[in-house]
Write a protein that binds this ligand. Structure first.
Ligand code: HEC
Length: 167
């Protein structure tokens, strides 16, 4: 996890701004400051979700290795899968729509048939591997950010939380 950067603005700075603005005597001015403050808070919460994974980082390389060893046999080197048999991970609407579902799929596969990019795949086919939380995080971050995917990132805490749900 060490190279996954969490970009966030300092909340304490915002706190300071709010204290300073509450001291201002002119009400009109106060209103304006408050508006600006709201904008800043909005921006901050967006930025807090903005976790990035560095291509080429240790975690990314470890994710690629796990993918090549364990997932590639079905989902293929280019992530495109085999139509009708193994679903694609590259540009997969199913994968990109729901991170928690992607984590759960990696942890336990799917018993039900699923539809990926308009094509149905039967459940119960995917091999389920015993992966650590860190391995699940790394392989998914690799998959979410390869072959043109711009799927954001999962954190080890999200993996832990998903695992706790099914245990
Ligand atoms: C034996 C072949 C096989 C292997 C190995 C395999 N998968 Fe799958 N995968 C499937 C199939 C088939 C499905 C469709 C649902 C099911 O059967 O569980 C699927 C579905 C998925 C999905 C959700 C559907 C999609 O295409 O977006 C994800 C995400 C996924 N696999 C990730 C992985 C990861 C990560 C690994 C390696 C740790 C892996 N798979 C290994 C066959 C495989």
């Amino acid at each position: 996890m060490k190279k996954i950067r969490l970009i966030s603005f300092s909340l304490s700075a915002l706190f300071l701004v709010s204290i300073l603005s509450s001291c201002a005597s002119n009400q009109e001015q106060n209103k304006e400051t408050n508006n600006k403050e709201e904008q800043k808070i909005e921006q901050t919460s967006k930025n807090e979700e903005n976790i990035t994974i560095e291509i080429g980082s240790d975690n990314f390389v470890s994710g690629e290795k796990i993918y090549n060893e364990k997932c590639m046999v079905c989902h293929q080197k280019d992530g495109k899968g085999v139509e009708g048999t193994f679903p694609p991970l590259a540009k997969s609407d199913y994968l990109l729509a729901d991170k928690e579902r992607a984590i759960l799929q990696t942890l336990r596969g799917s018993k039900e048939p699923i539809t990926v990019n308009g094509i149905e795949y039967p459940g119960n086919v995917m091999t389920v591997f015993k992966l650590t939380d860190q391995e699940v995080t790394d392989v998914l971050n690799y998959v979410l950010n390869s072959w043109g995917n711009n799927g954001g990132t999962v954190t080890i805490d999200e993996v832990k939380a998903a695992r706790a749900k099914i245990q």
